[in-house]
Design a protein around this ligand. Structure first.
Ligand code: PEP
Ligand code: MG
Length: 307
């Protein structure tokens, strides 16, 4: 019993009946790593590109990626390619001012007019991957269509990297997750942007917090669609938005069929303990309760009351 209690406090994520759910970290660099992390589920690479007048060179990028990968040993790291755009303007990308930057040229869309920003980044990631033992997966932000997923996967493989994925942040991508998975090896759901775009509510607006809530049953339905697509394709479906760090919502995601959860380091202990307290079957019941609820508040309360 002591060993079980200790496992609930440290070690890999698993349900009470032993179903593994890797608990991964969202990081901006090696400084955000913790020793007991199972890996990195979201490496935000923007920091290398912000606050400068020219793009970082391949060598500069490779050095930064190598530092993080080396610190991970043989663990997994999911690298997200540059998620810049008119909301995070980088002068050297030559992006136009936009009326609606959240709906504009951001994420993977930046590569349309600036393909070398993506190919240079992939070259640097591949160089760092071959210099270290980490399992390096690469994913693109703001994918909307299967064709974008296919183009990205092709670029990743052309760089000599083995595992390509797409973030699901756009409702179109969630609805057609099965078609995305014809081209990529995994998907990872970014609930911050997926909530924003599903409810058409700016993620920076505190007036709209009720709409932005990831417990919104419509958002949970889209997560369920992705999880079902992953099951059918036999491919992983993670969640890497902030919602994965909510110890109750994490159970709902697992019950919907999500295969890994990525969050900031301070959220890991509570999510690990929460998972250790329930069986997979129980998670599936909680997921049904949440999806059937009429609204986000009721969904949260109903799950909290059941646990
Ligand atoms: C998300 O949108 O949920 C996500 C993980 O990406 P970011 O928060 O960096 O937009
Ligand atoms: Mg996002």
């Amino acid at each position: 019993a002591d060993r079980a209690r200790l496992a609930a406090l440290t070690g890999p994520g698993r349900t009470a009946d032993g179903h593994p759910v890797p608990l991964l970290l969202n990081v901006g660099g090696a400084a955000d790593l913790t020793d007991d992390a199972e890996g990195v589920g979201l490496f935000r690479t923007e920091f290398l590109f912000l606050g400068r007048t020219s793009a970082p060179t391949v060598a500069e990028q490779q050095a930064a990626y190598t530092e993080l990968f080396a610190a991970l040993g043989q663990r997994r790291v999911v690298v997200r390619t540059l998620d810049a755009g008119a909301d995070k303007p980088l002068p050297y990308l030559g992006l136009a001012q936009e009326e609606n930057p959240a709906l504009g040229v951001r994420g993977l869309r930046v590569a349309r007019a600036n393909p070398t920003v993506l190919t240079d980044q992939l070259t640097a990631i591949a160089g760092a991957a071959s210099a270290t033992d980490a399992q390096v997966w690469v994913m693109a932000p703001m994918v909307a269509t299967p064709a974008e997923a296919a183009g990205f996967a092709q670029a990743v493989r052309a760089a000599g990297l083995a595992v390509a994925g797409a973030m699901v942040e756009v409702p179109a991508a969630a609805l057609h997750a099965r078609r995305l998975l014809d081209h990529v090896d995994f998907v990872s759901i970014g609930t911050n942007d997926l909530s924003q775009y599903t409810l058409a509510a700016d993620r920076m607006s505190s007036d709209l917090a009720d709409l932005l809530d990831p417990w919104q049953p419509a958002v949970l339905d889209l997560v369920a669609t992705c999880a079902a697509a992953g099951r059918e394709a036999g491919k992983p479906v993670g969640v890497c938005g902030e919602a994965a760090g909510d110890p109750l919502l994490a159970l709902v995601f697992v019950g919907l069929g999500v295969t890994s959860l990525s969050m900031s380091a301070p959220s890991v202990p509570a999510v690990r303990a929460s998972l250790a307290g329930v069986t997979l079957e129980r998670c599936a019941e909680l997921a049904r309760i949440a999806v059937d609820a009429p609204d986000a508040r009721t969904a949260r309360q109903a799950v909290a009351a059941t646990i």
